[in-house]
Design a binder for this molecule. Structure first.
Ligand SMILES: Nc1ncnc2c1ncn2[C@@H]1O[C@H](COP(=O)(O)OP(=O)(O)OP(=O)(O)O)[C@@H](O)[C@H]1O
Length: 367
């Protein structure tokens, strides 16, 4: 994404729809808003994003404008209408507009966040210094909180988790996932494309060509993001689709026959040079045992062995947040990290699981 400054300060009035249906009829109510067409714009592969302030509410927003194919519903819009979580960019409004050639554009009006995690990491690499370990922990916790909601309540797989799609506010340590342009509700019986997700973050089952993969691909990508924040550079910087697998094998070793089968039971070619794994404690020499163990739990070949989002939240890697004191406690409280909404975050658990999870996730709130 290239950033450039727009100098035009015209004010526009728009008839829009609210981002979420109100009432029982499932309809998105119309509304009227006014905003100046100013500020910074960015170019993504699917359209442009610019930021402005809605006059009526004084809210800072980002407007993502994408070309709308009239033949199809826009999946990003349909998914964003469903999502409401503190760690997911909220769809406030949307509207359509036509250009002079008759092309239709969809505009998504979203919560504004000051920067991406990619930009935040570049800031530290440039200084040069390491990103503070507690800041990384706060971001990773919020990432897994949003994935737990996405995977277990909305039943949506993001399919493009990467630092560019994680927006942060370094002043508060808040993180929100954005860009649902690749997201999909995966159905166990239906195949999905395996050429999805940005290369460095692509789960090995996708590289093995699986079409019946699960939400666990987002956990792999998240493990890669965390590794990158710790290392200051991508952990598996593959130069091509197949080289991506080579980069993974160089560290995790050659997957066993059983692991290949768990990634893609239809994969026929089982001849790989036998490479021994490098212990992650050697790759992450300066990190403590809990951090290294957490990375090992998220970067597993077998998607079923890999921790799911809720198991990640329960990891002892995050205990420091649960037992925080002083300034860290203020951050934990203001971001409401230990608050879980039963209906949208825990309702998929059995009673026994719920008790165990609550004991782990909310140790200070249960007497
Ligand atoms: N809500 C937001 N607040 C601030 N910046 C945003 C917001 N949404 C998007 N951006 C910026 O615009 C960039 C592109 O947004 P997004 O990823 O949704 O578009 P895209 O066209 O799918 O881009 P890409 O080709 O990079 O995938 C983000 O990486 C971020 O820098």
């Amino acid at each position: 994404m290239n950033l450039e400054l727009v100098t035009n300060t015209e004010v526009v009035h728009k008839q829009v729809y609210c981002g979420h249906p109100s009432g029982n009829n499932g309809e998105n109510e119309p509304a009227e808003i006014t905003y100046p067409t100013t500020e910074v714009v960015g170019h993504g592969s699917f359209g442009v994003v610019f930021t402005t302030t809605i006059k009526e509410t004084d809210e800072d927003v980002a407007i993502k404008k994408v070309l709308q194919d009239r033949r199809f519903k826009n999946r990003e819009l349909e998914i964003m209408k469903l999502l409401k979580h503190p760690n997911i960019i909220d769809l406030k409004y949307y509207f359509y507009e036509k250009d002079s050639h008759g092309e239709v554009y969809l505009n998504l009006i979203l919560d504004y966040m000051p920067q991406s995690l990619y930009q935040r990491l570049r800031h530290f690499v440039h200084i040069p210094s390491a990103m503070p370990r507690l800041e990384i922990k706060c971001y990773m916790y919020q990432l897994f909180k949003s994935l737990n909601y996405l995977h277990n309540f909305a039943l949506v797989c993001h399919r493009d988790i990467k630092p560019q799609n994680l927006l942060v506010d370094p002043n508060t340590c808040a993180l929100k996932i954005c860009d649902f342009g690749s997201a999909k509700q995966l159905k166990p019986t239906e195949p999905n494309v395996s050429y999805i997700c940005s290369r460095y973050y692509r789960a090995p089952e996708l590289i093995f060509g699986a079409t019946h993969y699960s939400n666990q691909i987002d956990v792999w990508s998240s493990g890669c993001v965390m590794a990158e924040l710790l290392l200051g550079q991508p952990m598996f910087p593959g130069e091509s689709g197949i080289d991506q697998l080579v980069e993974i094998i160089k560290i995790l070793g050659t997957p066993s026959r059983q692991e290949i089968c768990a990634m893609n039971p239809n994969y026929m070619e089982h001849k790989f040079p036998q490479i021994k794994p490098i212990p992650l404690s050697r790759v992450f020499k300066k990190e403590d045992e809990q951090t290294v163990q957490f990375l090992a739990d998220t970067l597993k070949y077998d998607p079923m062995e890999r921790f799911n989002a809720l198991q990640c939240l329960c990891s002892s890697y995050f205990d420091e947040l649960r037992h925080a004191q002083g300034q860290l406690k203020q951050i934990v409280d203001s971001l409401q990290l230990l608050q879980f909404e039963y209906d949208t975050e825990l309702a998929h658990l059995t009673q026994d699981q719920l008790e165990a999870v609550r004991l782990k996730l909310q140790p200070t709130q249960i007497r």
